[in-house]
Write a protein that binds this ligand. Structure first.
Ligand code: DON
Length: 307
């Protein structure tokens, strides 16, 4: 078995050298300001040993990676009733696409495309004040990462709200089918803010540990979800976590993973490790370019593919 420390060191050194970095998201103006010449990685193994490389302590906007945690929370609240509001099939379309919603009666394909994540947020919101629902999501992440300092980047949230025309369209469209129950403004307010949670690679890898270990954080002993639920969340990450790039990610990396337009990817090597990578430059599908390359190297070297 290769030594993880040296593998991470080599990956971080290679990523620092590369000139193909992708392009930062610019449809959220605040994200367009992020320096693309950054790369971070954190791996936490089954014993809780943390191995990091590059800019692993620099906070970034987790964006769509938050959708793994909102899905987990919503399943805890609604159980399988959730699947009446959102499907679990890959969409084969960009993350912000509206085309399938008309044909499919406003029910989004899966909880990770924007429409699906907005529907999940609406479910978490039901019966609560927006700030309570948002507090619930933030506290869940602080609990998972065992770090009460994790916060929301209000500038990113405000920036996305100002330019969130597509998400507003998606939410209104779903509302017309009765899939969104709360006022659209409330649901979107919570959605924009949970996407704007800021974390670093180490915190994100920590938060994902329960997915790598049958629903349980092996260090704290906290049972977050059942083993069956963890398996199912991983299945949706593998099939839908990278939108219309999910097939390519499974082919190259071979792990359940969830990306965000801030450039983060959370990947899960079941029984072995929770991994967070971050590099702000994105590929054409809106997934971190060097994040994916780094994970490809890591799983090849460590033999961590699930296949
Ligand atoms: O709703 C949006 O467009 C963003 N808050 C999140 C999208 C995203 O992260 C897509 N991921 N690669």
């Amino acid at each position: 078995m290769p030594d993880l420390d040296s593998v991470i060191r080599e990956i971080a050194a290679e990523m620092a050298q590369r000139s193909d970095r992708g392009a930062v998201a610019d449809y959220i103006p605040e994200l367009a300001r992020v320096d693309p010449n950054q790369f971070g990685i954190a791996v936490i193994d089954a014993d809780g040993r943390v191995t990091t490389g590059g800019d692993s302590e620099t906070p970034f906007s987790i964006q769509s990676v938050s959708k793994v945690f909102t899905l987990t929370l919503a399943l805890g609240m609604a159980g399988d009733r959730l699947w009446k509001r959102v499907g679990r099939e890959p969409s084969g379309n960009p993350f912000n696409s509206i085309v399938q919603l008309e044909r499919e009666c406003g029910v989004p394909r899966n909880p990770f495309i924007n429409a699906g994540a907005i529907a999940v947020t609406d479910l978490i919101l039901s019966g609560h004040e927006p700030r309570e629902a948002l507090g619930e999501i933030l506290r869940f992440l602080q609990f998972l990462a065992q770090d009460p300092t994790i916060t929301i980047d209000e500038r990113v949230a405000a920036s996305e709200k100002r330019t969130g025309f597509r998400n507003t369209a998606l939410a209104n469209y779903m509302k017309s089918f009765g899939v969104i129950e709360n006022p659209v403004d409330y649901t979107l307010g919570v959605y924009f803010h949970h996407c704007a949670i800021a974390m670093n690679c180490r915190q994100l890898a920590m938060a994902g540990r329960f997915l790598a270990h049958n629903g349980r954080n092996p260090s704290t002993g906290h049972n977050v979800v059942s083993a069956e639920r963890a398996r199912r969340i991983n299945a949706i990450m593998l099939t839908c976590g990278h939108y219309d790039g999910s097939g390519e990610f499974a082919y190259r990396v071979g792990l359940p993973g969830k990306s965000g337009v801030g450039g983060a990817i959370l990947a899960v090597a079941p029984g072995k490790a929770s991994i967070a990578v971050w590099s702000p430059g994105l590929d054409a599908a809106g997934n971190s370019h060097l994040g994916r390359v780094a994970l490809e190297r890591l799983t090849q070297r460590m033999g961590w593919s699930v296949f």
